[in-house]
Write a protein that binds this ligand. Sequence first.
Ligand code: TMP
Length: 202
Amino acid sequence: MKQSLYIAFEGIEGSGKSTHVRFTEEFLKAKGVSFITTFEPGATPLGKRLREMILQENMDPFTELLLYIADRKEHIKEIVKPAINKGMWVISDRCFLSTLAYQGYGRGLNIKLIEKLNEIATEGIVPNLIILLDLDVESALKRCKPTDRIERESLEFHKKVRKGYLEEAQKRKNVIIINSSLPKEEVKKKIIEILSNLTDQY
Ligand code: TMP
């Protein structure tokens, strides 16, 4: 059976994740790879309702953490695991690393606790590769119009989130950081290079 790969795109708001997920879809389609594209939060029916609550209602940071974790549990169980079991590639817009960056570094919640909750929610199913699109917060925020309460958070909050991503990336072997302040086509080229190496082994 063909080997499945789980790849997640990560980064702050305006880092270009959605654009590069779309390019990745086009590339994999052309290569004939069997894959699904998904995202967190909100990819399952229950997750969709959780997403609306998280992004629209004011709540305690710990409640927010638990709702992201609940969404992840459903996402892994209902979407990621079944696709992996069928030998498909999974391309996800966000994964567990978002919770460490946003709720851990952004909100200041306990990192060890988040790691434990992530472990429970993911059942140990974590991306083989995380592509972290990194750029400075000021430029990133200029690229997107805030539509929800997390996007409307302060510059300071988003700076803490970026710092979190970079620190957590250093701790892991499976995170590749790509400078997303480069022109879109150059970022795309770098990502396609990485994907080409992976599809050649496929
Ligand atoms: P999106 O804009 O990428 O769809 O994600 C929705 C928001 O949720 C975004 O502001 C990042 C935030 N988020 C967290 O704060 N923690 C998480 O664990 C995840 C997955 C997303």
